[in-house]
Ligand binder design. Structure first.
Ligand code: KG4
Ligand code: ZN
Length: 338
C-alpha cells in the first residue's frame, strides 16, 4: 500500500511517500524559517501564504523522488490538528482535492501522533514504551502500548520545551529558532552548568517551563544584563555571557527531562524502551544524556534522525499507513481541528 503524507500545520510545507512493504520512499519539505526569522517567530498569515505557494511543488517532488504517480497512491494522509488554522487548511484542502479528483481514501492525522510514532520510520520499537515528545508547540510524555494506542501521562502546563529555548534565545538576542543556536553556544563552553537554573521540585510527570523563563530573565536583570522597562538585552557584545546562559539553560532542560523520565520509569516499570522525538530531540547533548539514562535503566533509547525529529510528512504518512490497515479512514467532510 502506498501512502502520500501531507503536513502543513506550522512553518514547514511537507510531503512524503511511504510504502507499507518498502518503507519511506521520499520525504520532501520547504522550510519557512527564513521567512519568519525577521519577526523572531512564526507569523500565521505569512505561513499560510507560503504553504499555498509551495504545496503543489513539494507534493510533486515527493511523488517524483518516490518514482510513483498519483495513480499509484492508495491513501492520502494529512495533518488536520493541532496547528495554525490557516496553515492546516491549506494541507487539508489540497488533500481533499486530490482524494476527490482521484478517488482516493483520505485520513486526517493528529500531528502529535505523527511525532509519537516517528521513531518507527527507522526502528522497530518494542511495546510498551515511554515517549517524550518535545517541540516548539508541545512537550508531553506518552505511555505507548501499540500503534495508535498511546496515553498522555504528562504534558506541559505552560510553555513547550522548544518554546523555552526559542524565547530565552530571543532574550539574549540569538536568532530564531533558538534551540540550535543555544546548542551551538553551549558546546563552546563544554556544556557547563554556570548558573544552575531551577529544575522545579514537583513530583508530577507534567512539565513547566515558564518558571524557568522567568528565572533566567531575573538572573539576567540581577547581572545588569537586561533592562525590564525597554525589554532589551544590554550585553550583546558579551559572547561569554551568552554562552554561559545557553549552556546553563541546556543542562537545566536536559536535567528536567531526566528527572521526569526517572519518575516515569518508576511508575511504569514494565516499559521496554524509551523514545525521544520532536524538534528538540535534534539536540545532541540531550540525546547523549538520555542515552546514558536509558543505559543505567537497562532500556534502549530510540531517537529519530534529525529530519524525522523536526516537522515532516514521513511521520504523517507512517501513521496514515497503520490507520489504513486498521480501517480508520476519514471522508471528504474532514475538517481542521485546533
Ligand atoms: O517539531 P518541530 O520542528 O516543530 C513543532 O512542532 O514545534 O520543533 C521545532 C522546535 C523549535 O522550538 C526549535 O528551537 C527546537 O525544536 N529545536 C531544538 C533544536 N533543533 C530544533 N531545540 C534544541 N536543540 C536543538 N538542536
Ligand atoms: Zn511538530
Amino acid at each position: 500500500m502506498i501512502i502520500l503524507g501531507i503536513e502543513t500545520s506550522c512553518d514547514e510545507t511537507a510531503a512524503a511517500v511511504y510504502c507499507t512493504e518498502r518503507g519511506i520512499l521520499s520525504n520532501k519539505l520547504f522550510s519557512q524559517i527564513d521567512l519568519h526569522k525577521a519577526f523572531g517567530g512564526v507569523v500565521p498569515e505569512v505561513a499560510s501564504r507560503s504553504h499555498l505557494e509551495k504545496i503543489n511543488l513539494i507534493i510533486t517532488q515527493a511523488l517524483e523522488t518516490a518514482h510513483v504517480t498519483l495513480d499509484d497512491v492508495d491513501v492520502v494522509a494529512v495533518t488536520n490538528k493541532p496547528g495554525l488554522p490557516g496553515s492546516l487548511l491549506i494541507g487539508v484542502c489540497f488533500a481533499k482535492a486530490i482524494a476527490f479528483a482521484q478517488n482516493k481514501k483520505i485520513i486526517g492525522i493528529d500531528h502529535l501522533e505523527g511525532h509519537a510514532f516517528s521513531a518507527f520510520l527507522e526502528y522497530k520499537v518494542p511495546f510498551p514504551h515511554l515517549c517524550i515528545t518535545a517541540s516548539g508547540g508541545h512537550t508531553s510524555m506518552y505511555l505507548v502500548k501499540g500503534f495508535g494506542d498511546y496515553h498522555t501521562i504528562g504534558t506541559t502546563v505552560d510553555d513547550a520545551a522548544g518554546e523555552a529555548f526559542d524565547k530565552i534565545a530571543k532574550m539574549i538576542n540569538l536568532p530564531y529558532p533558538g534551540g540550535p543556536e543555544i546548542e551551538k553556544m553551549a558546546r563552546e563552553v563544554d556544556f557547563k552548568d554556570f548558573f544552575h537554573y531551577p529544575r522545579g521540585k514537583e513530583k508530577t510527570l507534567n512539565f513547566s517551563f515558564s518558571g524557568l523563563k522567568t528565572a533566567v530573565l531575573y538572573d539576567l536583570v540581577k547581572k545588569g544584563a537586561f533592562d525590564l522597562k525597554t525589554k532589551t538585552f544590554l550585553k550583546n557584545d558579551d559572547i561569554r555571557l551568552k554562552q554561559q546562559v545557553a549552556s546553563s539553560l541546556l543542562v537545566c532542560i536536559s536535567d528536567i527531562f531526566k528527572n521526569k523520565l526517572a519518575l516515569a520509569v518508576k511508575k511504569y516499570p514494565d516499559v521496554k524502551a524509551l523514545t525521544f522525538v520532536g524538534g528538540v530531540a535534534c539536540n545532541k547533548y540531550i540525546r547523549a544524556q538520555l542515552q546514558e539514562f536509558a543505559a543505567q535503566h537497562n532500556l534502549t533509547l530510540y531517537v529519530p534522525a534529525p529530519q524525522y525529529c523536526t516537522d515532516n510528512a514521513a511521520m504523517i504518512a507512517f501513521v496514515g499507513a497503520y490507520k489504513a490497515q486498521q480501517n480508520k479512514f476519514s471522508d471528504l467532510t474532514l475538517d481542521i481541528l485546533r
